[in-house]
Design a protein around this ligand. Sequence first.
Ligand code: FE2
Length: 263
Amino acid sequence: MTSTRMEGWQTITDLNRWHHFVNNIEHRLRPVFRRFSKLGGPAYFDNKDFPITQKLEENYFLIRGEFDQVRKRLQDFPLFQDISPEQVYISNDDKWRMFFLKANNVRFDRNCELFPKTMEIVDSDKNLVSAYFSILDSNKMLVPHEGPWSGVLRMHLGVDIPTDGKGCVLSVMGKEYRWKNGKAVVFDDTYEHFAINLTDNVRVVLFIDYLRPLPLPLHWLNKFCIYIGRFLPYYKIPIQRHKAWERRFYGEDGIPTKQYSAL
Ligand SMILES: [Fe+2]
């Protein structure tokens, strides 16, 4: 094995160790967060309890317009497992890509510059800790899995949903949801769920992680854990991987902001 390969293997091994460490903590907190959750513990939540969903829906065409400018480079977007190799069991081919705006309150400024209106909405609610586009290629299924942190709920806004009548659905605890353009849904992704796109077209969804409404002091504990998370290799290594992708995507020295519109 070459030294570069050894280093790569070592990184994944380290990541797996940290993945187990975070998992352990999360599995202890999960029943507590669910037990004291202000909105209970359903698979899907009522959008009325999350005013941001209405704002996202009202601004759908602005968000879609900004995404359409960038999607010309869709094939350059990072693959899920390139950023999170320790979760390769969810997807290991070239059919699931991401475009990150913000992850656990860490912003990716160059990407954000391409989404000024979207970021205005994202920044209008402090409970919103992550935002990224998820691009699922045709004839692709993400195997059943559970999300990594029960302190957040997952929101989806349908950005470009194929409508050719074949299966393009999300399933949480066996309950099916069909995405629609400009419509939001809120669910607990720490329940087993999967996504499938059996259509001939790409499916695009805006993913958002939203702080689970919890009473004090659990709310503070949740925020503290999310903040501390950014200093752990489990989180730092994916950030480094993302930074490396950014350097390639925008060129070593970056592209002046004015040229972004030409992407
Ligand atoms: Fe998921």
